[in-house]
Design a protein around this ligand. Structure first.
Ligand SMILES: [Zn+2]
Length: 285
């Protein structure tokens, strides 16, 4: 089964944890996977002070993402060079270089330019709440959605290249019920669970599941390349139970388009290989 040309548009190094298995699997099916990362995650927490300082964190995280992409087998990441805006209500929100303070039209123009250059069949970004509400995740979801809708229009951004309409837009998410079961299991093991219970999307609303168990080990190594964020003694470094393998071994998406897009896009869908969605999907695509 042929692979696709997939473009993922995310906010920080390590965000590809939501879809990295799909990107890796697509390459193994003969496709091309590219990741756009809006920032270098400059204000993330540093797992080990020996690895970086707040001043060097951006460049260290860029290197980590480059290594992760190489491990996944996907193209080198494209950085938009904005600054990490930090969690809602924190001081980095007001930095003029922060992604959330950038000119939205200019960001969409840049994304349209990349879509027209790379000509993806499928665009992936975060679901609209950005999994847990990070302002950069929500913004990148909104702007990637705009760019998806506008890249095919010859009237818009004529200076940004030949129009190209990707056939499909998927929102990457977690299955909420699975995540809650994992929290319960973690709690029973006496470990401190992650703080947020309402992450992700109810299972009934997920449209597309991608079984990534055959590339799970590659994804795990790619996640562990994010040394400043992900400790080898945490969830990604441990021996997994069967339940955890299910949680980590299936990536979940909500189809955002073609459901709500133009007749032209619907024609594009019918005529493209996306009819088989990422060849590995085993659900409604
Ligand atoms: Zn992030």
């Amino acid at each position: 089964m042929p692979g696709l040309n997939i473009l993922a548009v995310l906010a920080h190094p390590d965000d590809e944890g939501v879809c990295g298995g799909t990107l890796a699997k697509n390459v193994r099916l003969g496709g091309r996977s590219t990741l756009i990362c809006a920032t270098r995650g400059e204000v993330g927490e540093i797992s080990d002070p020996a690895l970086a300082t707040p001043e060097t964190l951006g460049e260290v995280r860029e290197r980590e993402l480059r290594e992760a992409c190489a491990l996944l087998g996907i193209d080198p990441p494209i950085f938009l060079d904005y600054r990490d805006s930090g969690m809602e209500g924190t001081e980095p929100n007001s930095d003029p270089r922060a992604f959330i303070n950038a000119d939205r039209t200019e960001i969409v123009r840049r994304l349209v330019r990349e879509i027209r250059r790379l000509r993806p069949d499928l665009v992936i970004t975060f679901e609209q709440f950005g999994i847990y509400g990070h302002p950069d995740h929500r913004l990148v979801s909104s702007l990637a959605t705009d760019a998806f809708a506008e890249a095919g229009s010859p009237e818009l951004y004529p200076e940004a290249g030949e129009p190209w309409q990707p056939a499909k837009l998927l929102y990457a998410t977690f299955v909420r019920e699975w995540f809650q079961r994992w929290i319960e299991a973690t709690r029973q093991q006496g470990e401190e669970p992650p703080p947020r219970r309402e992450m992700g999307t109810p299972e009934a609303e997920v449209t597309t599941f991608v079984d990534i168990r055959d590339v799970l080990d590659i994804k795990r190594r790619a996640m562990l390349a994010h040394r400043t964020q992900i400790s080898p003694s945490g969830a990604w470094g441990k021996e997994w139970t069967e339940e955890q393998k299910q949680l980590f071994g299936i990536e979940a998406f909500v189809r955002a388009a073609p459901a709500a897009c133009s007749r032209r896009t619907r024609r594009a869908v019918r005529s493209s290989r996306v009819a088989s969605v990422i060849a590995c999907c085993h659900a409604t695509g």
